[in-house]
Ligand binder design. Structure first.
Ligand SMILES: NC(=O)c1ccc[n+]([C@@H]2O[C@H](COP(=O)([O-])OP(=O)(O)OC[C@H]3O[C@@H](n4cnc5c(N)ncnc54)[C@H](OP(=O)(O)O)[C@@H]3O)[C@@H](O)[C@H]2O)c1
Length: 254
């Protein structure tokens, strides 16, 4: 029960990595707040966690919309009276293409959700964390922070900004005992990345193909990411702030 008595908001937790993190945190004793724009996905996660004996509520929220984030924080405080952990996990791919061909709406969407979203959420969660005597903010980056990909400027730039946002926020809020860290996953199959195996006749072949490119010989799992998020969220990392943890099967070492 490494998060016993803790209240955690995990953004974008109706699916994928956020859902995995929320389920893991709930098993470790946290009261979790599930949020996203699609309320049906949010409710599915809440029901899974409640069905397994955990404590969860669901709130429909858009991290890029400040009024929506204020509502998320107010609902959390009204239900659980505190906020100890924020995982800024919600993310989108955004525009694809080079500078001349990309759709600018998709560029702004990536910046609004992937970079401004974590700032807006932190901005409204930090006062509640201060009242609780501190807290932990975990920003979810990507291996694409460092290993950029052609045609993915919107995604890479929006995630790249999280390095400096994380470090500056770590300095700004250290005196409040609020830690801010960055966790960068490499490939895990989720609704976000499912397309990478779509070109293979057998998806298992695709999984083996991509896994073979990693020093540890496989792609990641939701549990790999949830375990690392748990470390950064819990008091086990109480002397860690402003750090960037790659959870990438060794890809960053290549
Ligand atoms: N899977 C990977 O291999 C991988 C690798 C590196 C980094 N990541 C990062 O990990 C995070 C989770 O990705 P995933 O793979 O789990 O993909 P996913 O299943 O598509 O999850 C993304 C979640 O974010 C939510 N979301 C998107 N925009 C939002 C907004 N404006 N407000 C609130 N929620 C929003 C989505 O729900 P709604 O659409 O319902 O809002 C969705 O549940 C992302 O930040 C992604 O960049 C993933």
């Amino acid at each position: 029960m490494r998060l016993h008595d803790k209240v955690a908001i995990i953004t974008g937790s109706g699916t994928g990595l956020g859902k995995g993190i929320a389920k893991r945190f709930a098993r470790e004793g946290a009261s979790v707040v599930i949020c996203g724009r699609r309320i049906d996905k949010v409710q599915e996660t809440v029901e899974e966690i409640s069905g397994a004996g955990g404590t969860a509520i669901g709130v429909q929220a858009d991290v890029a919309d400040e009024a929506s984030v204020k509502h998320l924080v107010a609902e959390t405080v009204s239900h659980f009276r505190a906020i100890n952990v924020l995982v800024n996990n919600a993310g989108v791919r955004g525009a694809v293409g080079d500078a001349t061909s990309m759709d600018l709406d998709g560029w702004w969407e990536a910046l609004r959700i992937n970079l401004s979203g974590p700032l807006i959420c932190a901005r409204h969660v930090i006062p509640a964390m201060k009242e609780s005597g501190g807290g932990s903010i975990v920003n979810i980056g990507s291996m694409r922070l460092v290993h950029v990909k052609a045609g993915a400027a919107a995604y890479c730039a929006s995630k790249g900004g999280l390095i400096h946002l994380t470090k500056v926020m770590a300095l700004d809020h250290a005196a409040d005992n609020i830690r801010v860290n960055l966790l960068s996953p490499a490939l895990v199959l989720t609704p976000f990345t499912q397309y990478v195996v779509d070109d293979f006749d057998d998806p298992e072949e695709g999984i083996r193909y991509f896994g073979a490119q990693y020093p540890l010989g496989r792609i990641g799992t939701e549990e790999d990411i949830a375990n690392a998020a748990l470390f950064l969220a819990s008091d086990e990392s109480s002397w860690v702030t402003g750090a960037h943890l790659n959870v990438d099967g060794g890809m960053g070492a290549k």
